[in-house]
Design a protein around this ligand. Structure first.
Ligand code: ADP
Ligand code: TZD
Ligand code: MG
Length: 570
């Protein structure tokens, strides 16, 4: 005889529980409250149970978007976002997001159900059969499989610690259908759960590293601080601001570090980026990698003579692209606290250097102001983004999601940020498809409005999630910069070119299918009003902004990365 009480059944006087309950108990114990995923065998009951147990479950139309939502949750909260998928194809869809999270150093956990080991290992052809653990391993910071219900607590604990400690990343946790359905004694199960203690321990720098870094900085004539998304992630906003303001050093934010200090801060060198990097004699790189986004620290952007200080939690990041004279292996919060404590007024940027940066900045801002003031018809990227910028001026706490090529490059330069971790974009890979997932994740985690600035191509990668946004009534305003294609439109013959899309598509109609507000705009006045109205309504909206199909450049600002045939002469 067995009786069902509170998810636990009593069989012959023994209270029992099962894998489904244990997974959720383990997540709950570790402070996980939101789950992102797509339902199906073998996790449907797990998701139903999660809702019943008080988790907020957000169900998506595609696992990649669910995974992207979990990844951005990780970036925003410094706790791993959790995505749940079905086996093989669902897992693979989610894996793209997990790999992207790992690449961006965002903590997330992808939990996928999997087929039973005995069938998978003998390749006997189970429903959605795949050796998921083996597939996940190269794309994840860590990957674990739980084969016995008594190991669920351990598996979840390891996954959480692996995701957030040190350099954060994506962790894969494989749960076999058998484990989910297994029954286990409730007392033993309870004892098997682990609440992770200090999952992301502080890693203070060594005193020698601090002294070496500050000595080098104090010797600089033209110091520069480069802030990356690792610095934004670290939530060391006060420490970094104190350091910047007490030293007077110009700073340069990478894309997702915009707003860590406000873009209108007098020490921001963003409008003089190439000048500041090229002229600086000592650059302090904090939470940024010297990858392609920084020209690998090499000429022509960088001078060979520039000396570098790098602050990163990952020791192997040092000397990855060029020599680092003063490596500081530490977490950013502890590092800047240590710098501030040791500074004693001995680092001060000279007036001549800050004046030079200021003058270059002023000249560039004036050039840009002219471009922004133009009113071409149809709109181009500058005029349309100026309209969006003006609409956003009243609501600085809006989260901005941004992807595309020209839409991304112009968006990054034109939309100023004033709050940390409010700009979420294509990131380290320059990937398309993060748009709706990031927007949903940001809206769910923060409860704040989100504006997604999307190239028409970029939007297509996750566009069906507009239904998800409407279903959960999330305050997400999607603006599509519709130039009829990838980089630009093409007047099409019978078969359009590889970059051309359907001309004059009415993306605004898509959201109407789900009861949201769709707006079609062709000028800046209407665009600004549409964004303002949509934000004021707090409801899902999609604004189709018609952009001149000839306005964009191929590959946006990274045209030089396109390989060209040596045979082409013309
Ligand atoms: P961006 O794209 O903004 O230049 P990257 O993603 O290339 O930034 O670099 C982020 C870096 O920040 C990574 O090398 C990562 O190891 C590091 N990082 C992440 N979190 C922390 C932290 N809390 N403290 C120190 N470094 C961190
Ligand atoms: N697929 C994936 C997953 N990521 C990519 N970055 C690409 C393809 C290649 N790609 C870019 O690098 S940008 C881009 C693609 C397809 C779209 C650019 O078109 P858009 O933006 O409409 O989004 P603009 O404003 O027209 O430039
Ligand atoms: Mg486009």
């Amino acid at each position: 005889m067995s009786a069902q009480t509170n998810g636990q059944s009593t069989t012959d006087g023994q209270t029992q529980t099962d894998g489904f309950h244990l997974v959720l108990d383990a997540l709950k114990l570790n402070g996980i409250r939101n789950l992102y995923g797509v339902a199906g065998i073998p996790i449907t009951d797990l998701l139903r149970l999660a809702q019943a147990e008080g988790f907020r479950y957000i169900g998506f139309r595609h696992e990649q978007s669910a995974g992207n939502a979990a990844a951005i949750a990780g970036f925003l909260t410094k706790k791993p976002g959790v995505c749940m998928t079905v086996s093989a194809p669902g897992f693979l869809n989610g894996l793209v997001a997990l790999s992207n999270a790992t690449t961006n150093c965002f903590p997330m956990v992808l939990i996928s159900g999997s087929s039973d080991r005995n069938i998978v290992d003998l390749e006997q052809g189970d429903y959605e059969e795949m050796d998921q653990l083996a597939v996940a391993r190269p794309h994840a910071k860590a990957a674990y499989r739980v084969n016995r219900p008594q190991d669920i607590g351990l598996g979840v604990a390891r996954a959480i610690r692996a995701a957030v400690s040190g350099r954060p990343g994506g962790v894969y946790l494989d749960l076999t259908a058998e484990v989910l359905g297994s029954v286990i004694d409730a007392d033993a199960a309870k004892k098997s759960l682990i609440k992770v203690v200090d999952p992301d321990p502080a890693q203070p720098p060594s005193p020698e590293a601090v002294t070496r870094a500050l000595d080098l900085l104090a010797s600089a004539q033209r110091p520069l601080l480069l802030l990356g998304k690792g610095a934004a992630y670290a939530q060391a906003d006060d420490e970094i601001r104190a350091f910047v303001e007490s030293t007077g050093i110009p700073f340069l934010p990478m894309s997702m570090a915009k707003g860590l200090l406000p873009d209108n801060h007098p020490q921001s060198a963003a409008a003089a980026r190439s000048f500041a990097i090229g002229q600086a004699d000592v650059v302090m790189v904090a939470g940024a990698r010297l990858n392609w986004l920084l020209s690998h620290g090499k000429a022509p952007l960088w001078s060979d003579d520039t000396e570098l200080i790098q602050i990163d939690i990952e020791a192997t990041e040092m000397d990855s692209n060029r020599a680092i004279a003063a490596p500081v292996v530490a977490d950013i919060k502890s590092a800047f606290a240590a710098f501030n404590a040791a500074l004693g007024g001995r680092v001060k940027a000279s007036e001549s250097w800050t004046n030079d940066v200021g003058a270059k900045k002023q000249a560039n801002v004036e050039k840009m102001a002219k471009r922004l003031a133009a009113e071409p018809s149809p709109m181009n990227f500058s005029s349309a983004l100026r309209a969006v910028r003006d609409a956003l001026a009243a609501t600085p706490d809006v989260y901005i999601v941004n992807e595309g090529a020209n839409t991304l490059d112009f968006g990054r330069n034109i939309i100023d940020m004033s709050l940390p971790r409010h700009r979420l974009d294509s990131g380290t890979w320059g990937v398309m498809g993060i748009g709706m997932g990031y927007a949903i994740g940001a809206a769910v985690e923060t409860g704040k409005p989100v504006v997604a600035l999307e190239g028409d191509s970029a939007f297509g990668f996750s566009g069906m999630e507009i239904e998800t946004i409407c279903r959960y009534k999330l305050p997400v305003v999607t603006v599509i910069f519709n130039n009829n294609g990838i980089y630009r439109g093409d007047p099409s013959g019978s078969d359009p070119s590889p970059t051309g899309f359907f001309a004059d598509a009415r993306y605004d109609k898509i959201i109407e299918a789900f009861g949201g507000t769709g707006v079609h705009v062709t000028d800046t006045k209407a665009l600004q009003a549409a964004v303002s109205d949509a934000l004021a309504s707090g409801k899902p909206a999609l604004i189709n902004a018609v952009i001149d199909p000839t306005a964009g450049t191929e590959s946006g600002h990274i045209q030089s990365l396109n390989p060209k045939s040596a045979l082409v002469t013309a």
